[in-house]
Design a protein around this ligand. Structure first.
Ligand code: 5AD
Ligand code: SF4
Length: 474
């Protein structure tokens, strides 16, 4: 049994990051392990987790498992979990409750926990003590070892806990079964060294480590060959890409430019930290048409006092400077953000500062959250005397303002012709297709299914707060 350890997870040594290319293997006796069996993966949380699930899918299919979208029909269930806030925790344990019933009637069902919650000591202790009926737990660092974890469990028939708390290496050569045929996630880096005081990610995902440029570029080229139109470069803090290279002078500016030169039609990247955003990056985004005019730039708070407590390394003023520079140089760029309300000690004035920043920035949209204490992080020890009601009111007020600007920006798009990558049938109306603009606006379009997978011109006919309606414009 290998349990997670936060003390270890927090460590950052000067040791070189290794790129390991031959770590993914399936033992001979596991190659048919999934024959005539079905798997179901439930993914919580961010795009990184979505992409990790795509890897788990490919690994399981390499063992002959077949995917099912109905967990009651599955022989193997994996919950790929998120630890960022308490409610993500609760959702996972709620789902485990439902699965427990299923397990009582389906004796051969195997159930595993993966992702960021697996990296938390307290979660794994709870699983060991109260969820003994589960079959395996693995973490974010050893996804490629899934065949061995299943093998070990098969041998002992006991709860197999195998979670690494090292800083992590870069593992190449793990396959991926992508959910979309048109747009793909591409990891460019793993982990985070920023240690914002509220955030659990540096503990659950390990040290910042960048993939080698040629591995990323080759992956993008391969995607183009397979008909992909869009890539999203993924990392917790993509602007810091390359800062961990010891013998290579190559950073996010270089990478953006080289990915743009592959000719892929659309490039996005998430998530940006304002601290590492350089002028040159802005110039490159402006220069290349295939780098989307869309930047997700989390601000977290509009109060410089709170930003300091959060350990964000910028002030309200310096964020605004960067924001204005982007708006000026990247014409028509849409900018979205993340905001936390109710950080320990956030006063009415601090919150007002956040509202005034929103007034000034008029973001295209924002993900807004009530602060959730995460065990083991510095902020969890800070005194917090704001009531739950007050926090909820602040969130409500904040959302009202954010939504007001989202709607205003969308209203201005009515009558315009924009390019949309049509991805699938619309969830709201099966006679429509849905897709995103370069600026990441969701558009529902009256169009025949034959347009799925194509980038088309669309005239916007109607605006809502979170989406637009449009018709093909040929
Ligand atoms: N509580 C609330 N929100 C959080 N986030 C990260 N940690 C916490 C937390 N402890 C938010 C931040 C981040 C986004 C992914 O989640 O806004 O940008
Ligand atoms: Fe968390 Fe901050 Fe790292 Fe983002 S930059 S993952 S908020 S520690």
């Amino acid at each position: 049994m290998l349990k997670p350890n936060f003390k270890e997870a927090k460590k950052r040594t000067k040791e070189d990051i290794k790129v390991l290319r031959n770590e993914y293997v399936i033992p001979e006796d596991m190659k048919n392990f999934g024959l005539n069996k079905k798997y179901y993966i439930k993914t919580y949380g961010c795009q990184m987790n979505e992409h990790d699930s795509e890897m788990m899918s490919a690994i399981l299919e390499d063992m002959k498992y077949i995917k099912t979208d109905d967990y009651e029909d599955a022989d193997l269930i994996i919950l790929n979990t998120c630890a960022i806030r308490e409610n993500a925790h609760n959702k996972t344990f709620g789902m485990l409750g439902r699965i427990k019933h299923l397990k009582q009637t389906k004796k051969n069902l195997m159930v595993g926990l993966a992702g960021c919650m697996s990296q938390e000591e307290s979660v794994v202790d709870e699983i060991i003590n109260k969820y003994k009926w589960m079959d395996f737990v693995f973490g974010t660092h050893n996804i490629h070892k899934l065949p061995f974890i299943l093998k070990q469990h098969d041998k002992t028939n006991e709860l197999e806990v195998n979670v690494w708390s090292n800083e992590g290496n870069v593992i190449e050569g793990v396959p991926s079964k992508r959910n979309s045929k048109y747009k793909a996630w591409v990891n460019i880096m793993y982990g985070c060294d920023k240690f914002c005081t509220y955030c659990i990610v540096p503990y659950t995902r390990g040290k910042q480590r960048s993939r080698m440029p040629e591995d990323i570029i080759n992956e993008v080229k391969e995607l183009i060959k397979n008909g992909y139109k869009e890539v999203t470069l993924l990392g917790q803090n993509v602007n810091a890409y390359g800062k961990d290279f010891k013998n290579l002078n190559y950073n996010m500016e270089n990478l953006l430019e080289d990915v743009a030169k592959t000719g892929i039609e659309r490039i996005r990247f998430v998530t940006s930290h304002p601290w590492d955003f350089t002028d040159k990056m802005i110039d490159i985004i402006a220069k290349y048409d295939n780098i989307c005019n869309y930047i997700h730039l989390p601000v977290q708070s509009g109060s410089s006092r709170i930003l300091k407590l959060m350990g964000r390394r910028y002030t309200k003023e310096s964020y605004l400077d960067l924001y204005k520079k982007i708006r000026e140089k990247v014409k028509g760029c849409s900018i979205t953000t993340d905001i936390i309300v109710g950080f320990p000690g956030e006063t009415k004035q601090d919150f007002k500062d956040t509202l005034s920043l929103i007034e000034e920035c008029k973001f295209d949209s924002a993900f807004t959250f009530i602060y959730s204490p995460r065990e083991g992080t510095p902020a969890a020890k800070m005194p917090d005397n704001i009531s739950k009601e007050e926090k909820e009111q602040r969130l409500y007020k904040l959302n009202e303002m954010i939504n007001k600007y989202s709607k205003k920006i969308n209203d201005k798009m009515v009558g315009k012709v924009v390019k949309v990558l049509l991805e699938n049938i619309s969830e709201k109306d099966s006679s429509m297709l849905a897709g995103y603009t370069d600026t990441m606006k969701l558009v529902n379009v009256k169009a025949d299914k034959k347009y799925i997978g194509k980038i088309v011109n669309v005239k916007i006919t109607d605006a809502k707060t979170w989406s637009l309606d449009g018709e093909l414009y040929e």
